[in-house]
Design a protein around this ligand. Structure first.
Ligand SMILES: *[C@@H]1O[C@H](CO)[C@@H](O)[C@H](O)[C@H]1NC(C)=O
Ligand SMILES: *[C@@H]1O[C@H](CO)[C@@H](O)[C@H](O)[C@H]1NC(C)=O
Ligand SMILES: *[C@@H]1O[C@H](CO)[C@@H](O)[C@H](O)[C@H]1NC(C)=O
Ligand SMILES: *[C@@H]1O[C@H](CO)[C@@H](O)[C@H](O)[C@H]1NC(C)=O
Ligand SMILES: *[C@@H]1O[C@H](CO)[C@@H](O)[C@H](O)[C@H]1NC(C)=O
Ligand SMILES: *[C@@H]1O[C@H](CO)[C@@H](O)[C@H](O)[C@H]1NC(C)=O
Length: 392
């Protein structure tokens, strides 16, 4: 059975090679990117039903699960915070002072589902090792709004005095991080904790790696330029994004044409308007077009929801945000989500560091281990961890 599936998939894979679009010149290790790109495109070609099979294929072959194996420096263990599985990385080195802590929410949207997968296990272990910090890898099921609640509840749990004391964490040195869709959840968790007086312990820093921050506008310059990949083609991203809402094909099509927003939502576009919020360098010669509203009037409240489009919060909710690190990759449809958030946070007076990786591709930080090892992934991991080490 496995072999038959493999044959089918390699057929698809070959097709993808055949139709593959040339990569930009500044990309390192292009053939590796082509293979990963082809795997993703293969998934996006399938119908919603077969999509699940492909998801499992990607999961098992490319993102294997990894046991909680302790090493000489870090004790690794799986436990549950509230009902949500988390993986804890506890440094063994004796330390007189309390430790820093990083809560990491992994990306991968619907395709990949656990902090226990090798890619994120590697990153979190590396973070704990380098920083001597307690790292909490949070599992997330990614079924909105369940994913939102799933990601928030372990954060709330961890921030309690008694839990921080149990792991000897310094309450004034906690960071929330995430990549891609996990960075959306990290963004929301930070917005929540900083703005809600119920949280006594606040966040010192947030670190967002190529965050996905809005589903309002699918015609930003980066959506236009990188619609066909590499790694995250628009159809794939939209398929994943619209699955949050429904399996309605009309919605999927409307997203592709940027005609999905209902009548009366124009005011929301001010908060994501790339024409005013994107630096000149990235606007290039793209012409801003006014959104087409009310073509369908879908009744999906999530289209207007700031839990799924974190950019939709107003400036007064941004002012309370902590020290922020945002990393964007050039070759990424989500590039402008990150860049627009950088502008919004700067305008709101938040202390922000921004790294833009000119030869970066979406997903690179989860591509640091065999079989998909990318040097640019290691470079991004190194930048993220160095920033944490200096600022947390
Ligand atoms: C443990 O820490 C030491 C000193 O920082 C380092 O040289 C070693 O590579 C680390 N071990 C692992 C498994 O990462
Ligand atoms: C975590 O909870 C799940 C059920 O939600 C349970 O199956 C699992 O055994 C628990 N894990 C631990 C380490 O307690
Ligand atoms: C976006 O900004 C441009 C100015 O650069 C403005 O003309 C346009 O009306 C704005 N669009 C929306 C929906 O706010
Ligand atoms: C959407 O709603 C607006 C206002 O209620 C209406 O003018 C418009 O015709 C509607 N569009 C469709 C396709 O029904
Ligand atoms: C910002 O949004 C919050 C929450 O939705 C709301 O309570 C507040 O009044 C808004 N502030 C401004 C200035 O619009
Ligand atoms: C921003 O944060 C960094 C690191 O914590 C600090 O060194 C710097 O002075 C801050 N900048 C501003 C403008 O507050």
């Amino acid at each position: 059975m496995g072999h038959i599936l493999c044959f089918q998939y390699s057929g698809k894979l070959l097709n993808q090679f055949y139709f593959y679009t040339p990569l930009p010149e500044n990309i390192e290790e292009p053939w590796k990117i082509v293979v990963i790109d082809a795997l993703v495109k293969m998934t996006s070609l399938t119908s919603f039903g077969r999509y699940l099979i492909c998801k499992h294929f990607l999961l098992v072959c490319c993102y294997p699960f990894y046991e909680p194996i302790s090493d000489e420096n870090v004790t690794v263990m799986d436990t549950n915070f509230t009902d949500i599985p988390v993986r804890l990385y506890l440094p063994k080195r004796k330390s007189k002072s309390q430790r820093r802590a990083v809560i990491f929410i992994h990306g991968g949207a619907f395709v990949l589902g656990s902090c226990k997968q090798k890619a994120w296990d590697f990153l979190n272990r590396w973070t704990a090792n380098r920083l001597g910090a307690v790292v909490v890898g949070v599992d997330s099921l990614y079924q909105f709004p369940v994913s939102y609640e799933d990601a928030m509840s372990p954060v709330k749990f961890f921030l309690q005095d008694k839990i921080l004391a149990k792991y000897r964490v310094d309450p004034s040195r906690i960071c929330i991080s995430g990549d891609s869709s996990g960075a959306l959840l990290a963004t929301k968790a930070t917005q929540l904790v900083q703005n809600d007086p119920k949280f006594k312990n606040k966040i010192k820093a947030q670190a967002l790696i190529y965050p996905a921050l809005q589903i309002v506008d699918t015609l930003t310059p980066s959506y236009r330029e990188y619609a066909h990949g590499p790694i995250l083609p628009m159809d794939f991203a939209i398929k994943i994004g619209s699955l949050y809402l429904s399996k309605d094909k009309a919605l999927f099509q409307a997203f592709r044409e940027n005609q999905h927003m209902p009548h009366g939502s124009r005011h929301l576009f001010t908060l994501v308007n790339w024409s005013t919020l994107l630096p000149e360098k990235y606007r290039r010669n793209h012409i801003y077009t006014e959104p087409i509203l009310g073509r369908h009037n879908f009744s999906y409240p999530l289209l207007l929801d700031s839990r799924i489009s974190a950019l939709l919060v107003n400036d007064s909710q941004l002012q309370s945000l902590p020290l922020t690190y945002i990393l964007t990759c050039e070759h990424d449809i989500l590039r402008d989500d990150g860049l627009v958030y950088v502008s919004r946070l700067r305008n709101a007076g938040v202390n922000i560091s921004h790294d833009h990786i000119e030869d970066g591709v979406h997903g690179a930080i989860s591509l640091m281990t065999i079989p998909f090892y990318l040097r640019v992934g290691i470079r991004i991991g190194e930048k993220y961890i160095s920033w944490l080490d200096e600022n947390l």
